[in-house]
Design a protein. Structure first.
Length: 384
């Protein structure tokens, strides 16, 4: 694994746990953790459960005890590491968004296709697909329980940079992150909306804004927390992105991704209205799914709260008795469990790099539309 901060800790927890709760055909061996600073990487490896360390990711390519590389670094490194890893015959799990640009994402898909021909596989880390309530929503829509999908409403709301003195961490720098709220959290809600509906966006019209244009340069930073110095630098990404879109199947959609929704911490919300019912999800109550069944007697019909913890619900049966609930970290454990099962059986892991490229094309269309005064931008189709 490369990178050992926020995602590094979440993925390590998943690598440690997946085989303890899910029956898997292969067992992970946490061979090596890679970071740039030897002492810090050794200390992280000891804490997170990795057996050895490297300080240059290129060393991972030559090691026989490495069969898969898990990329938990900022977006500016994804393409280089993933392509080199795949070309060296290592399976790859790469955090989202797949890359910082469409060109990088295309090169990664080309590398994934070359590798697949040699039995080497890849996956992009859209972990929220593995929330049991989201997986259930997808099943219900596929079964026709809400009929024809007409509206998709997706928001991802956070507030961690409302303070103008919050420093200029890598997520606020375009060369490191590619974009701001759009690629960081907008990518998740785009992927989820398409995953849940089984449909894809075909075009968008967008608006972006950067509310705080200069911030203190970071003195020290880790993940989402940092302290600032007295010097200031320019914020080169969006603080918020809003857009409307059309789905191929005829539904219309509205999206909002922001780090300025004061009071909202990780409000990843999705509502889907169909001709026969509706579904609604909010990550801040991630064990629940709201379902309105339009076929019910209007006298007693209403949104019902499904507690998605039954053994028959996706993923839930591997864990605790009904009602005991799961958390954020379980989404990563599910991701790793699915990946290992696919690698063991030779199935193609999902979401693929092609899925990552498709989300990248949506992000790109949103950015282009916002730059061009919100004009309509078509989204190119991606073949799986
Ligand atoms: N799936 C999710 O829910 C989710 C949540 C947060 C972040 N992410 C994604 O995960 C990735 C990492 O984000 P994060 O929040 O963990 O960031 P972070 O700042 O917490 O950690 C980044 C890590 O990468 C290391 N790093 C940076 N450049 C490196 C290099 N060249 N070689 C080796 N190590 C390097 C840093 O030292 C650090 O350990 C990003 O792509 C981000 O978008 C996904």
């Amino acid at each position: 694994m490369v990178g050992y901060a926020f995602m590094g800790a979440a993925h390590s927890q998943a690598w440690r746990t997946a085989g303890r709760f899910f029956d898997l055909p292969v067992e992970p061996d946490m061979a090596v953790l890679c970071g740039r600073d030897g002492d810090a990487t050794r200390s992280a490896a000891a804490k997170l459960g990795w057996r050895s360390v490297e300080t240059d990711w290129k060393q991972l390519l030559t090691r026989d005890d490495v069969q898969l590389i898990d990329i938990c670094t900022p977006g500016d490194t994804h393409a280089e590491i993933a392509i080199a890893a795949l070309d060296a015959g290592k399976h790859v799990l790469c955090e989202k968004p797949l890359a910082n640009t469409v060109d990088e994402a295309r090169a990664m898909v080309a590398a994934a296709e070359r590798a697949r021909a040699r039995g080497v596989h890849s996956m992009v880390g859209f972990n929220y697909r593995r929330v049991p309530a989201i997986a259930l929503a997808r099943q219900l829509i596929a079964q026709g329980r809400i009929g024809e999908v007409r509206h998709v409403r997706g928001t991802y709301l956070q507030d961690w940079i409302v303070d103008p003195e919050f420093p200029l961490v890598w997520r606020l720098q375009k060369d490191k992150a590619g974009s701001g709220a759009l690629g960081d959290i907008g990518a998740h809600v785009i992927d989820l909306a398409q995953f849940v509906t089984g449909d894809r966006l075909t075009g968008v019209s967008a608006l972006t804004e950067t509310f705080v244009k200069q911030r203190p340069l970071p003195a020290a930073s880790s993940g989402l927390s940092a302290s600032g110095s007295t010097e200031r630098g320019e914020v080169t990404v969006d603080d918020t992105a809003l857009f409307i879109g059309r789905f191929g199947g005829g539904a219309v959609a509205g999206f909002e991704a922001t780090r300025f929704a004061t009071g909202r911490k990780n409000a990843l919300r999705l509502e889907v209205n169909g001709s026969a019912g509706s579904l609604a999800f909010d990550f801040e109550a991630m064990n629940e799914l709201s379902f309105f069944d339009g076929a019910e007697d209007p006298a007693t019909a209403g949104f019902r709260r499904i507690l998605v913890t039954e053994p028959t619900h996706p993923y839930a049966g591997a864990w605790w008795p009904p009602g005991h609930g799961l958390g954020y970290e379980h989404t990563f454990t599910h991701e790793i469990a699915d990946l290992l099962r696919d690698l063991g059986t030779g199935a193609e892991p999902s979401p693929s790099f092609a899925d990552g490229l498709q989300v990248q094309l949506v992000l790109d269309a949103v950015a282009r539309s916002a730059e061009a005064g919100s004009g309509w931008q078509r989204i190119e189709e991606v073949n799986d």
